[in-house]
Design a protein around this ligand. Sequence first.
Ligand SMILES: Cc1cc2nc3c(=O)[nH]c(=O)nc-3n(C[C@H](O)[C@H](O)[C@H](O)COP(=O)(O)O)c2cc1C
Length: 214
Amino acid sequence: MASSPAAQHPKTADPDHDVLALLRERWSPRAFADRRVEPAKIRRMLEAARWTMSSYNEQPWRYVVASRHDDPEAHEQLLACLIDGNQAWAQEAPVLMMSFYKKTFSENDRPNRCAPHDVGAASAALTFQATAMDLYVHQMAGIRKDVARETYDVPDDFEPMAGLAVGELGDPEMLSDDKRTAEQAPRSRQSLDEFVFGDDWQAPSSLVVEESSS
Ligand SMILES: Cc1cc2nc3c(=O)[nH]c(=O)nc-3n(C[C@H](O)[C@H](O)[C@H](O)COP(=O)(O)O)c2cc1C
């Protein structure tokens, strides 16, 4: 938050337009401190996911969660569902999660096109709740879906989506050289006029082009 040490962190966003402190201060670290995340905080993160909007209020998200300080075996099991490159650093994260989504609407078994979108939104809410508690979340597409399916006996109608590493910020020195460099590199983003269009795909919306002072 604005008063927290995170506000001065080099990874803090430098937005072109004013946004919430939570949005400026969130980023995806790979170095996590070896400190327990209290279960009450884990519940608050998942509660934030719970109250996310979703298509037809289907709430297609599901999560598995494991805390290394509370249940090292469960943490190990979830770690094994990540690809090696992610395991290398995520093993230090005190909490691991994996998100899943239900592929069909419960009401009528029809495909839910927005389910991946909605689990992403839920994980975003979870992430910003974490930021508000000085915790960080690093999401991972690099998962072993087959391992996750088998490990957790995931029903056919559910799809593994992403891994999430959660904890307090750690010391970048614990990382491999390339990961340490990334951990300290400035964050970059497209500008609004690169991804917000008006009349057609070629032209940025006039709403996002700065008016010249005349
Ligand atoms: C859905 C998703 C999947 C991601 N997959 C990985 C991953 O497998 N491994 C990894 O190190 N980072 C992964 N990331 C982190 C992104 O690289 C990171 O969010 C992006 O570079 C922007 O950096 P920032 O989150 O610090 O702003 C993923 C992020 C998201 C949202």
